[in-house]
Design a protein around this ligand. Sequence first.
Ligand SMILES: *Cc1c(COP(=O)(O)O)cnc(C)c1O
Length: 371
Amino acid sequence: MSAISTAYRVPFVDAREHYRRLKPEVDHALLDTLANGDLVARRQLSDFERHLAEYVGVKYVVGVSSGYHALHLSMLAAGIGPGDEVITSGHTFVATVSAIVHAGATPVLVDVGDDGNMDAAAVAAAVTSRTKAIVPVHLNGRVCDMAQIGAVASRHGLAIIEDAAQGLGATFDGRMAGSFGTTGCFSFYPFKALGCFGDGGAVTTNDPDVARAVTRLRYNGEDRETGEYHYHGYTALLDNIQAAVLDVKLRHFPSWVHHRRAMAAMYHAGLADIAGIRVPVADGDHRFDTFQNYVIRADRRDELRAHLRGLGIETLVHWAKPMWRHDALQLPDPRLPRVERLCGEVLSLPLNAEVTPDHVAIVIDAVRSFR
Ligand SMILES: *Cc1c(COP(=O)(O)O)cnc(C)c1O
């Protein structure tokens, strides 16, 4: 990663610079954890869980080993299983759908709106007598329309499991992503807005039974107080050492959100008037967006991407083809024209805590020089 990143004038992410800025605090937390032999489910984990619960505005947080496991264990805790249908976005990371499949349920993919998030009317139209839950995916740091999706869920008695892997800090009607559903599912993969130095994730909930179930499921199904096994569980605990790192980084997170929004505003101002390019829908409609990714849509996306690469700018495409076109996944084609179109147009520009105004200016100039 680093060998490739340093070849770029503007890398998509810069893990070395990220660490350099935090080194004194992170080193202290790591060394303290190691010196105390705090390896599994110790104070660092419970501290981080408490601080994240305060930030998101929920009663319980259960740290798990990835965003994927947050989703999978949430499904199990919500009683989702074989014969159930679960509605989610056709434009999401594969883990959202894999968690539904591994719970034994059937994923039902729906189309998206202008902001790339699941369309609430499409959700309503997809409900059947077998539907058990809705999984809204708060893509790119923008919360789905939780007023409308919540109304569909309560009308039909459905659970909501939020895929908030890209949503930490984003709000809808003043409420944080991860505080609407039966659970919220977060990822601390290194390049998420709050990332650790490996894999990590968390489940947020206000339901004590769900918190207890996930707490047991993440650790071999065992009640650690009594030694009783309540499930055939998993080994999916958030590493204590990652929790120590995350607790340090969470203190910086609000300032990183502020920075991401400022850099996104700069991109907006520099790119909004270019023919053949659309800047992302942002804020408005009761929302506060955090820009986990800054995703433009370009008519000639692949040519633009090559042009930027030639000028030393690294970009990514999330995602180049719809999930159901990966044959091995054996998903039926749900015929979602808006997702198909997005896959041909989306381009993620560099945006993270380390990106500077100079970087953004270089990217804007480079995009403007594309013919
Ligand atoms: C990153 C991500 C996940 C999975 O998180 P991991 O920690 O990598 O397992 C799930 N859903 C979305 C939308 C993501 O972006």
